[in-house]
Design a protein around this ligand. Structure first.
Ligand SMILES: Cc1cc2nc3c(=O)[nH]c(=O)nc-3n(C[C@H](O)[C@H](O)[C@H](O)COP(=O)(O)OP(=O)(O)OC[C@H]3O[C@@H](n4cnc5c(N)ncnc54)[C@H](O)[C@@H]3O)c2cc1C
Length: 409
């Protein structure tokens, strides 16, 4: 029925290749275009939780993801002397380290490897112009190439540029008042397998997390009104971060020093994408481009994977693309709205200004991490299976091309 539909997906990160995987299973002819010259393998720890875990299991890549686990054993809040104030080990009722915790680039590579045989990838090119007609979309690429597709799906992340060509100023970037910087730094003997979280005065948080590549992933976050820091040059951003790290204590000097030689240091403002609609005619959006929830929720990757699965499934079972887009949005939007609700006081509560605020916060996390509280919470925490059922229902779509063994996953 939908056999020869030609689909262009723009963006080869998480959402794009996941969608490509499932559309190829439904016999669509899929092209993925990526602006960068190669896969972008940067980034830090990301989580695959609840319904997204079900999707990657269905895709047959759960074991590859498990094999690439970062090795992190849990989260510790530490003081300036590096002594733990509170510990939240993996697999406890109150935990932040997930069962499927992977470095972003490793996941991008796994998704690419699992689709490259069935999907055409083009790197180093992007959409310059889109013209929609009743039966097709004419696309002009930056390379000058022109091609016609039945559908175009934008999976270009939070800074999607094609989004504006289609939806104008409709989608908004909702700034949450926080800047975050990430960089990879050399591992030292004193490092361990804990994710260490250090709260400094003046609303700053520094973190160090182990990876499975022999290095450490550092991050620096601070509360501040919107200042346009994300537009500074890499050198200016490094200088700004060094100024922010000054006098922060703990491992601040080490992170500051690592900035001098870092090749992947990256600073951005943190915000959510809120779009009143996710499709227009033959064009739709998925992942961060449509509904980035911020890293504060730990659910950006989960939303990208689940959204891609649902959109592919609806396209596979509806002859009319507009019906499919409407069905995808009807299923997905309530889930997105739930995820985008930040708990009251987040992020301000965890970024105290004064040393008194820092001690109050550390006392609170100590209470939460204590055995009686963990025990109490575990009594009220549903098992993973029930939890994912509550988050969103994933239909068992019929895929024409599903391999026999995949039916049992
Ligand atoms: C380099 C990088 C590092 C990241 N690091 C982290 C991290 O440490 N922690 C975290 O929580 N999240 C991180 N993220 C975001 C995270 O990947 C997403 O929140 C989430 O997984 C949803 O993925 P997505 O596929 O929707 O978007 P993204 O992962 O943002 O991917 C979008 C893709 O589209 C490409 N693209 C953008 N514009 C165009 C265009 N016009 N034409 C063609 N291609 C385009 C980008 O190059 C990118 O490959 C990072 C993203 C990137 C790109």
């Amino acid at each position: 029925m939908t056999k020869s539909k030609k689909v262009l997906i723009s963006g080869a990160s998480i959402a794009g290749p996941t969608l490509a995987f499932w559309l190829a299973r439904a016999d669509f002819k899929v092209t993925v275009i990526e602006r960068s010259d190669a896969l972008r393998l940067g980034g830090q720890n990301i989580d695959i939780t609840g319904p997204a875990q079900k999707v990657v299991r269905k895709m047959g890549i759960e074991s590859d993801i498990r094999a690439a686990h970062t090795g992190e054993v849990g989260l510790q809040f530490v003081g300036s002397d590096n002594q733990p104030k509170a510990s939240f080990p993996k697999n406890k009722a109150l935990t932040w380290t997930q069962e499927l915790e992977i470095i972003r680039g490793d996941l991008v590579q796994i998704l690419y490897d699992s689709t490259k045989k069935d999907v055409t990838y083009h790197f180093g090119d992007w959409i310059e112009e889109l013209k929609q007609h009743s039966d097709q979309v004419n696309v002009t690429f930056n390379s000058g190439k022109k091609e016609t597709f039945d559908l175009v799906i934008l999976a270009e992340g939070i800074r999607s540029s094609t989004r504006e060509l289609v939806f104008g100023k409709e989608p908004v970037f909702d700034y949450v008042g926080l800047y975050m910087a990430y960089l990879t730094i050399p591992r030292e003997k004193s490092d361990n397998k804990w994710w260490r979280w250090y709260t400094a005065v003046k609303s700053r948080v520094l973190m160090l997390r182990p990876d499975n590549h022999g290095t450490m992933r550092a991050s620096v976050a601070f509360l501040e009104a919107e200042k346009g820091y994300e537009k500074l040059s890499p050198e200016e951003q490094k200088n700004l971060l060094k100024a922010k790290l000054k006098g922060a204590g703990w491992e601040a000097d080490r992170i500051s020093k690592a900035l001098d030689t870092s090749e992947d240091a990256y600073l951005d403002k943190v915000g959510q994408i809120k779009a009143p609609r996710w499709s227009d005619g033959r064009i739709a959006m998925i992942g961060d481009a449509a509904y980035c929830p911020t890293p504060l929720t730990g659910k950006g990757t989960t939303l990208a994977i689940v959204g891609a699965y649902l959109l592919a499934g609806e396209l596979a079972r509806h002859e009319n693309h507009e019906d499919a887009f409407a069905a995808y949005e009807k299923r997905m939007r309530p889930y997105v709205e739930e995820v985008q609700k930040l708990p009251p006081g987040i992020p301000w509560i965890v970024y105290p200004k004064t040393s008194v605020g820092v001690s109050v916060l550390n006392t609170f996390v100590g209470i939460f991490a204590s055995r009686p509280v963990q025990k109490l919470v575990s009594l009220f925490t549903p098992k993973t299976k029930e939890k994912s059922k509550q988050e969103i229902v994933l239909p068992n779509f019929k895929w024409h091309n599903l391999k026999a063994e995949d039916h049992h996953k």
